[in-house]
Design a protein around this ligand. Sequence first.
Ligand SMILES: [Zn+2]
Length: 186
Amino acid sequence: MKSNASGSSTYRSLAQQRARVATSLGVASVQRLADICEAVKGIAADLSFDHDGRTRVKVSGRAHCDAQLACHRCQELVWCHVICDFDSVIAFDEEQAASWSRLDPNLDILVVGGANLDVAELVEDELLLSLPERVCTDEDCVHMPEMRYGEMTVDDIVDQVSTEGLKRFPFAGLKEAMRAGDKEQD
Ligand SMILES: [Zn+2]
């Protein structure tokens, strides 16, 4: 079942219908995410509701967006595709969440503020947690300071270390012999 997000649907009724909700969200509905990023677009969620076998409401699916973030290294603004997958149960208050968590510490629990579906509430925190810590890596950052150019790659370093290891090995015995010779002279 595919439907547009409806504000009047309760989580419980969605679970009973085993409903699938595919919807896009406006930036204004995820204000905290919008505040952290330079820009956000393409916010969408595709969530399926069900019961988890213990009468709890289960939500699974995916939310994604395109977020523009500032690279901490090069200060460039980079667009990142942010994806988060859902496989959680829904708790209606913190107490409920805490008691479930005590019984099953691995359970992924989303706490919601009301009985009615609020897609933005469900996905905003998860998207925030899925934002990358670094938006460009040393390798693909085209705005790295010039001193970084010419640096060895990990492969180069591994090659050099193993070559040095081989070079040193034949002399290891020689060094010991020389030290022994020094001691004899003392
Ligand atoms: Zn960068």
